[in-house]
Design a protein around this ligand. Structure first.
Ligand SMILES: [Zn+2]
Length: 161
């Protein structure tokens, strides 16, 4: 039976909010305080209009650590901002989907069993893991490091196959 109160719960990250003119009427939309702060940084005036239809919420430290743990597992931890982590943690908590065009957020969402909606409609289909390749000696590491423990050169991320 059709339930008029059946909204789609969606947590928006900054990229999704930028791409949104208005919140679809069947969305129960959320953002985190970090996303709001980023919008203010860019002086985006749309946030004032959009915020009438968007709820602001924060994730608990429990779900934040769950997201951080998952990010360590995939190697996305070095690509993930504090705001990104908050967005994922809130989605996890609210059992909401994530609207994002950010590749690392989409990657982690699939690891965490969170549904994601790419605003550009070109999302990834499989989970990507990252390697860390030394630009000096060429050694490959599975865990992120500040620089190469062997020769001290900077590392760059490469996709793990
Ligand atoms: Zn090295």
């Amino acid at each position: 039976m059709f339930d008029v109160n059946q909204f789609v719960k969606v947590v928006l990250d900054t990229s999704a909010l930028f791409g949104l003119e208005q919140v679809p009427p069947d969305w129960e939309a959320y953002v985190t305080e970090g996303v709001l702060a980023e919008l203010e940084k860019y002086n985006d005036r749309r946030s004032e209009n959009l915020l009438h239809t968007i709820k602001v919420s924060q994730a608990t430290s429990g779900s934040l650590s769950k997201v951080r743990e998952a990010a360590k597992g995939t190697g996305d931890v070095s690509r993930l901002s504090k705001t990104d982590t908050e967005v994922l943690a809130l989605a996890l908590e609210l059992k909401a989907a994530v609207a994002t065009d950010d590749y690392s957020i989409q990657n982690l969402a699939s690891v965490l069993g969170i549904e994601f909606m790419p605003m550009s409609m070109k999302g990834i289909t499989k989970v990507v893991r990252w390697n860390y390749l030394c630009t000096g000696c060429g050694k490959v590491f599975k865990e992120p490091q500040p620089d190469c423990p062997v020769c001290g050169s900077p590392l760059r991320t490469t996709r793990r196959i």
